[in-house]
Ligand binder design. Structure first.
Ligand code: ADP
Length: 265
């Protein structure tokens, strides 16, 4: 865009003139567009469960009024939809907390072994319900990195939860940690955490878009599994704030591996 400013004759020594200044507004335009998309996505995501809730309220008031069995079934669906909205709002809050600045001041040293132990304990029940076996591999003992304990807990909760959700019924999810004496990209000592499943895998063409907000390979399947489409976007931002790296590898039909590398200093 060019903004054209006519110079007043008295300022240009009576000769008059034109000053042309070019400004690059592409970045600004992209930001405005992204914000618009984001608001549209959020509205859509919230409206879906809301519409369902309103429909069921109406049915409860009319058709299902004198049918206790139908009433119970509808109330369960309403509970599920309300829980989905609750998760969505929770994820939106998490995202807005970590999205602002790309670097943060670490709040302390976090023991990744302890984080993984507690996340795996929390998710044990969902793993059992999906007949998935959670397996911890690699080095044990204390392994500390500078960071925020709650945020790192969220990273591994999201990754292991996904591995359980999309890892295939009856499968295995492996969580391995290893120490890297010298990580070439981070130029120093680092921890590598790998979450591997033997599930459906992801089409390589979809991999680059996976960490976008609200991106899902299969929207229906994600919704059915209670997903919000924000999990990996949150992971990406938290890892970046810890000066870490994330890598996704996947073979359709065989499974996926999510690798997180966190600097030790
Ligand atoms: P969601 O809440 O939908 O799970 P995420 O941001 O966590 O959102 O993940 C985005 C999409 O990436 C998912 O909808 C799913 O299609 C795909 N995905 C994530 N993890 C895996 C995995 N371990 N195996 C296969 N697909 C996965």
């Amino acid at each position: 865009l060019a903004s054209v400013v006519a110079l007043a004759p008295e300022l240009s020594g009576g000769k008059g003139g034109v000053l042309v200044s070019f400004e690059d507004i592409t970045a600004l335009e992209t930001a405005v567009e992204m914000r618009r998309d984001f608001v549209a996505n959020v509205s859509h995501e919230l409206r879906t469960p809301l519409t369902a809730l309103m429909g069921f309220i109406e049915t409860l008031r009319t058709a299902a009024r004198d049918d206790p069995a139908a009433r119970d079934r509808f109330l369960s669906i309403m509970e599920r939809e309300a829980a989905r909205m609750n998760r969505l709002v929770g994820d939106l809050l998490s995202l807005s907390r970590v999205e602002g600045e790309e670097r943060m001041r670490p709040t302390g040293m976090v023991d990744i072994s302890a984080v993984l132990r507690s996340v795996m304990q929390t998710l044990e029940h969902s793993a059992q319900s999906a007949s998935v076996t959670l397996i911890r591999e690699g080095e044990g003992g204390e392994m500390k990195v500078p960071g925020d304990c709650d945020q790192l807990t969220q990273v591994f909760t999201n990754l292991i939860e996904n591995a359980i959700k999309y890892g295939g019924q009856g499968g295995e999810v492996r969580v391995a940690v290893s120490r890297l004496a010298s990580e070439p990209v981070l130029r120093g000592r680092a921890l590598r955490i790998e979450v591997t499943d033997r599930g459906e895998g992801i089409d390589p063409l979809q991999l680059p878009r996976l960490t976008e907000r609200f991106y899902r390979v299969d929207t229906h399947r994600s919704r059915e599994k209670g997903g919000t489409g924000l999990g990996l976007a949150i992971v990406k931002h938290i890892v970046a704030r810890h000066r870490g790296r994330m890598r996704i590898e996947s073979t359709p039909g065989e499974g996926s591996k999510f690798t997180i590398i966190l600097p030790e200093t």
